[in-house]
Every structure is written in structure tokens, then in C-alpha cells.
Design a protein around this ligand. Sequence first.
Ligand SMILES: Nc1ncnc2c1ncn2[C@@H]1O[C@H](COP(=O)(O)OP(=O)(O)OP(=O)(O)O)[C@@H](O)[C@H]1O
Length: 245
Amino acid sequence: MADPLAPPGTSADPFISLRGITKVYGAGPTAFQALKGVDLDVAQGDFVAVMGPSGSGKSTAMNIIGCLDVPTSGAFLFRGIHVETLTQDQRALLRRRYLGFVFQGFNLLSRTSALENVELPLLYRGDPKTQRRDAAMAALDKVGLREWWDHTPAELSGGQQQRVAIARAIVTNPDVLLADEPTGNLDSARSVEIMELLASLNRDAGITVLMVTHEPDMAEFARTIVHFKDGLVDRVETNGVTGAH
Ligand SMILES: Nc1ncnc2c1ncn2[C@@H]1O[C@H](COP(=O)(O)OP(=O)(O)OP(=O)(O)O)[C@@H](O)[C@H]1O
């Protein structure tokens, strides 16, 4: 049987494409339309900041792009694959194969060393031990924490914990890194360090980065800024040039 997750498309296909995406939570009189017909393209290798007021639909859109949730209607294409037609298991596979996630609260296992935290996605994937260790050490090296491999999260600063979380997100060599307010729990100096790390992963490793942020200073690190408003993309800025959507 053909692999449903093999990109069927040509290089002409947009890397990530949302067309008329709607999302309704609940049903009947309490139903709430969080997304009202979102159109958005993201080019491979872009660094995108997603901004907008609380409740404007940023997390809902990120959950759909992260294959964690499905739209109520509309098409979501990732490398030419119609994700909205996949089963839950196929979406989970797609997530593991192509995507990495970073969260505001780091989400590390507290009693577990930095190295073991970074190894986890490889453990779930069934990689053998030596391969896991080598890949996790290489990822810790990329985030500047090779010497801290045996420390638990409590023995690391907030900025270091977020670096471990980023190492865990990149250890599988994802195409896309999805970051939900990655600097929300950090002071401004640590926030800038995390943004410089994300920018270098984008620039040097070619990872496409999509990041939700409320902070304009952090959004400045991105190449493209997507502004959500009332469940729609309101405008997209590229390199300081504003274009109405
Ligand atoms: N599971 C859910 N059930 C019902 N309503 C929901 C659910 N998830 C989100 N919503 C609603 O959908 C709207 C959009 O939420 P979403 O989390 O996408 O916004 P956001 O822009 O990410 O906000 P924030 O910046 O506060 O995280 C909000 O009004 C929210 O209350």
C-alpha cells in the first residue's frame, strides 16, 4: 500500500497551506467559532511569529498545523498531504516524523536528567540505546548544554530548561518546530538567548519555525509576522513590509 504520509506533491506545492480553515468548539447554542476561514501559506525555511489578542485563534491554528487537532472545515496541506483526511494514527505518525514542539512551561520530566529528557522521543520511536545517547548528546551540544547532560530540570535555570526542551524537540531532525510562547516564562535576557537559538536553528539547520508570541521584541526575530484577529488572519508582515490579508 502506498505510504499516505509520503509527500505526493511537487516542489510547486506550498510547504504548509491552510485554506478556508474553520474551527467550531462545542455544538448547539453554546457553539463557538474560534477560526472563521483562515487562509495561510508558510514557505519551507521561514521563521514565522504568530501574534494577536488573547482568544483570536492563535493556539487553535497552531494545534491544527501541529496535527494535534482537526479543522471543522477547510483544507490543511503539509508538503502536499491533505492532513484533514488522515486518521488520528496517521496524524500522530506525521507529527513524530516531521514536527517538533516547544512549550511555554518547558514540559520536562522533573526527576529525569537532561540527557534522558532529550532521549524520550527516540525511546518512543524505538531507537536502540547507543543511537539514542549519541543523538541526544549531539542535540544537547547544539543548544550549548553538553556539559549539563546529567542535571535534572531543578538543577537548571529556566533558560537552560527551555534549551533542553528545544534539544528534545530537534533530536528527531524535524522539518518544523512549533513553539507556543517559548519565552513566556523567561526574563528578557534569557528570552533573547532562546530567540537567538531558534533563529540559528532556522538559519543553519533549515528548520521552519512557527512561534506564538505576545511580545513584539521576540517577533522581531522572525522573518514573517502573522497577525490573528477574531478568528482570521488580519495581516502578514514580511521584513517590515505590511500587506493586508
Ligand atoms: N476546547 C475549547 N472549547 C471551547 N472553546 C475553546 C476551546 N479552545 C479554545 N476555545 C475558545 O476559542 C477561542 C480561541 O482560542 P485560542 O486558544 O485559539 O486563542 P489564542 O489566540 O491562542 O489565545 P491566547 O493568546 O489567550 O492563548 C477562545 O475564545 C477560546 O475560549
